[in-house]
Design a protein around this ligand. Structure first.
Ligand code: C2E
Ligand code: MG
Ligand code: MG
Ligand code: MG
Length: 291
């Protein structure tokens, strides 16, 4: 193909490849600008109790508000940021913003439920993490019990003992600890009894084909039973249908989130969602104006 192009020197760089190299370079500098300029926004997805439908939490999910390309989801930049050593700057902003926002909502009379923040394994291994979180909570004026950290199983695979130390310190501080995407990683179940974890979030891949897929029903059942034996709460991720919810309810799963309740929402949409809920909860039957 070198002859075909007549530019042998560049034969290994197809237009596609050079475009990708350019994109990566471009992406890195743009992400640095985004961190400096705080071009991020958090969307929030409600978590409800399966027993009684009450609001039990909000998960904060980051998006990049790119000046030209619009809103970019985390899967398109978080792994890249991790690889380039840029995730700590994003993660710090996420923690600060989630705590600040929750405190403001409490001030406005919203339900006192925790906010869940996703932490990548790289962020978790920062030696200053516990100190950083302590300071961020203090700066926001938020009690530690209102912050929940979501970690993936990869942080648990740590024979060196660093994870146990950090998890114990976070637990002592009072923040909640949840394992995200549970069942998809390779962590040993022995870690679950060793680590001070509060919650397992059952991965969406197991939830999406229940109740039809018998294998997924078996896995979900086993996770809920094991979690309860270990005194852990269970949260089902990615619940989209009433049938999924009904099965999870019958299994005794504690909480759920997913499109059946709501997509992750910006603060304006969440506010509207909250307002509609409290309207529904407080039926003004006696004092509503008669026509
Ligand atoms: P995750 O923490 O497991 O979050 C759940 C993802 O599933 C979210 O995607 C959410 O929008 C989506 N989801 C929720 N309900 C449903 C449903 O019913 N059906 C389907 N199909 N999807 C549903 P999102 O917001 O694109 O986030 C993707 C991942 O990016 C997250 O997975 C999390 O691992 C990561 N992430 C998000 N925010 C942050 C952050 O602030 N820091 C870090 N380090 N990672 C983050
Ligand atoms: Mg999560
Ligand atoms: Mg998840
Ligand atoms: Mg995930």
């Amino acid at each position: 193909h070198a002859k075909d192009s007549g530019r042998g020197h560049y034969q290994f760089f197809t237009p596609d490849m050079s475009q990708r190299a350019f994109d990566a370079l471009h992406m890195e500098s743009q992400l640095r600008e985004a961190i400096a300029g705080e071009q991020f926004v958090l969307h929030y997805q409600p978590q409800l109790s399966l027993a009684d439908g009450r609001l039990v939490g909000l998960e904060a999910l980051v998006r990049w508000q790119h000046p030209q390309r619009g809103l970019i989801g985390p899967d398109a930049f978080v792994p890249f940021a991790e690889a380039r050593g840029l995730i700590a700057g994003i993660g710090r902003w996420v923690l600060c913003e989630a705590c600040r926002q929750l405190k403001a909502w409490f001030g406005a009379g919203w339900p006192m439920v925790p906010v869940a923040v996703n932490l990548s394994a790289i962020e978790f291994r920062q030696p200053s993490l516990v100190q950083d979180i302590t300071e961020i909570l203090a700066a926001a004026g938020l009690a530690p019990q209102y912050l929940e950290i979501e970690l993936t199983e990869s942080v648990l695979m740590d024979p060196g003992g660093f994870a146990l130390g950090t998890l114990s310190k976070l637990k002592a501080l009072g923040v909640g600890l949840a394992i995200d995407d549970f069942g998809t990683g390779y962590s040993s179940l022995a870690y679950l009894k060793r680590y001070p974890i509060d919650k397992l979030k059952i991965d969406r891949s197991f939830v999406c084909d229940i109740p039809g897929d018998g294998d997924d029903v078996a896995i979900t059942t086993a996770i809920v039973q094991m979690a309860h034996s270990l005194k852990l709460l269970t949260v089902a991720e990615g619940v989209e249908t009433p049938e999924q919810r009904a099965l999870l309810q019958s299994l005794g799963c504690d909480e759920y989130q997913g499109y059946l309740i709501a997509r992750p929402m910006d603060t304006a949409a969440l506010q509207a969602w909250m307002a509609q809920r409290s309207d529904n909860a407080v039926q003004p039957s006696s004092n509503s104006p008669s026509p």
